[in-house]
Design a protein around this ligand. Structure first.
Ligand SMILES: *Cc1c(COP(=O)(O)O)cnc(C)c1O
Length: 342
C-alpha cells in the first residue's frame, strides 16, 4: 500500500485523523460484532455516563515498522489485560482480550498507509478506550458502553537526542489515599492536569507525585513510571498500589535482568533516597525512557550525576536494548512482538 504523503520526521504528538477506526457497542449485556468505520465523531446522549460520572478507561500502544518492513505491535495483550482490570474497577464490562487483539490488528491493517516507515523515528499511536454511552442520572453504572479504537501517527519523541528533563514536586496530589492511580483512566489524568500545568508554568517538564497519605514515597508522574539506577548499577523501581503498572517499565525490568544481567529491586522508594541514585528515568510507551536530570522539591534540589547533558549510561543501554527489540534489531523474548499481516 502506498504510504500517506506525510513528513514523518516532523510529526509531533498531536491528533491526526486517519481513515478508519474500530467501534463496538455494548447493550443488553453484550458487545455487538464491532466494525471498522470512517466517521471520527461520536454522538452520545447529554446524560451519558461518561459525561456525568466519568466511567472511562483507555489504553495506549504503538505499531512500528521493523527493519525487515513488517508492521508489528508490542505486547498488545498486556494492554488488553490492563484495560479489563481497569474496567472492572470502574464497574464497566470488559472487552474480551481476543477481540481487543483483533481490533488492534484490523485498525492497523486498515490504516497501514499511516504507519510510519522504518527509520523515520515516527510510530503509529493506538488509542483504545471504553466509555459509558448510556444515560444515567441516579448514581450508578451505565447499562451501555462503547469500545472505540482510533490511531494517529506520532513523531519521534526525542528530536535531536534525548535531553534530560527537570521535574518538580508540587503540593498537588493526584489519587486519593485509598489509591486508584493503578487504573489507566481519564479521571486520573484529569486529577493530574493541575499539577502538570503548575510544573510547566514554573519552568519544569513534569510533576512527581508522592504517595498522597504521607508524602514520603515516590509514586510516578501523570503519565509515566520512574526507574532509578543505583551507584553500583542496580535498577530500582517504585512499588505502590496507586502506580499505573507500566508495560514499558515491566519490559525494561525484564531487559535489565535477562539482556543486561542487572539486579532489579521493585520496592517502595522514599523521596529522601533520591540523592543516592546515579540515574533517573521516566518510562512509558510514548518515550520508552526519558532521562531525568534534576528533581526540585520545596527545600531540596537533586541533580543526578549524569546531569542535564545526556542519558546516563545504564539508562541508555536499557533504552537501546528495548527499542532494538521493538525495531527488530535484537531478538525479542517469546511473544513480545505481534506481527500484523498487511
Ligand atoms: C500509560 C501510563 C504509564 C505508562 O504505561 P505504559 O504501559 O508503559 O505506556 C504510566 N503511568 C500512567 C499514569 C499511565 O497512564
Amino acid at each position: 500500500m502506498e504510504k500517506q504523503n506525510i513528513d514523518w520526521g516532523n510529526l509531533g504528538f498531536a491528533y491526526v485523523p486517519t481513515t478508519y477506526r474500530y467501534v463496538s457497542n455494548y447493550k443488553d449485556g453484550k458487545w455487538d460484532d464491532g466494525a471498522l468505520i470512517t466517521d471520527p465523531n461520536v454522538t452520545i446522549n447529554e446524560c451519558a455516563g461518561v459525561l456525568q460520572y466519568c466511567q472511562q478507561v483507555f489504553e495506549g500502544l504503538k505499531a512500528y515498522t521493523t527493519k525487515d518492513g513488517d508492521i508489528v505491535t508490542f505486547r498488545p495483550y498486556m494492554n488488553a489485560e490492563r484495560m479489563i482490570d481497569g474496567a472492572a474497577r470502574l464497574e464497566m464490562p470488559s472487552f474480551p482480550k481476543e477481540r481487543f487483539l483483533d481490533a488492534v490488528d484490523q485498525v492497523v491493517r486498515a490504516n497501514a498507509d499511516f504507519v510510519p516507515p522504518y527509520g523515520s523515528g515516527a510510530t503509529l499511536y493506538l488509542r483504545p478506550y471504553i466509555f459509558a454511552s448510556g444515560p444515567v442520572i441516579g448514581v450508578k453504572p451505565s447499562k451501555e458502553y462503547q469500545f472505540r479504537l482510533f490511531v494517529t501517527p506520532v513523531g519521534p519523541y526525542f528530536k535531536g537526542g534525548a535531553k534530560p528533563i527537570t521535574i518538580c514536586v508540587s503540593e498537588f496530589d493526584r489519587s486519593a489515599p485509598a489509591g486508584t492511580g493503578h487504573i489507566k483512566a481519564g479521571l486520573n489524568y484529569a486529577m493530574s492536569l493541575h499539577a502538570h500545568e503548575y510544573a510547566l508554568t514554573h519552568g519544569f517538564d513534569e510533576n512527581m507525585f508522592l504517595d498522597p497519605a504521607t508524602h514520603t514515597f515516590v509514586e510516578e508522574t501523570g503519565g509515566a513510571n520512574f526507574l532509578f539506577i543505583t551507584k553500583d548499577g542496580k535498577v530500582v523501581t517504585p512499588k505502590s498500589d496507586s502506580i499505573l503498572p507500566s508495560i514499558t517499565r515491566r519490559s525494561l525490568v525484564e531487559v535489565a535482568e535477562k539482556y543486561l544481567g542487572l539486579t532489579v529491586e521493585h520496592r517502595p522508594v522514599r523521596f529522601d533516597e533520591l540523592e543516592d541514585f546515579a540515574e533517573c528515568g521516566l518510562c512509558g510507551t510514548a518515550a520508552v525512557i526519558s532521562p531525568v536530570g534534576r528533581v526540585v522539591a520545596k527545600d531540596k534540589v537533586i541533580t543526578f550525576p549524569a546531569g542535564m547533558e545526556e542519558m546516563g549510561p545504564i539508562t541508555k543501554k536499557l533504552y537501546d536494548t528495548l527499542t532494538g527489540i521493538q525495531q527488530g534489531l535484537i531478538e525479542a523474548p517469546e511473544g513480545w512482538i505481534r506481527k500484523i499481516d498487511c
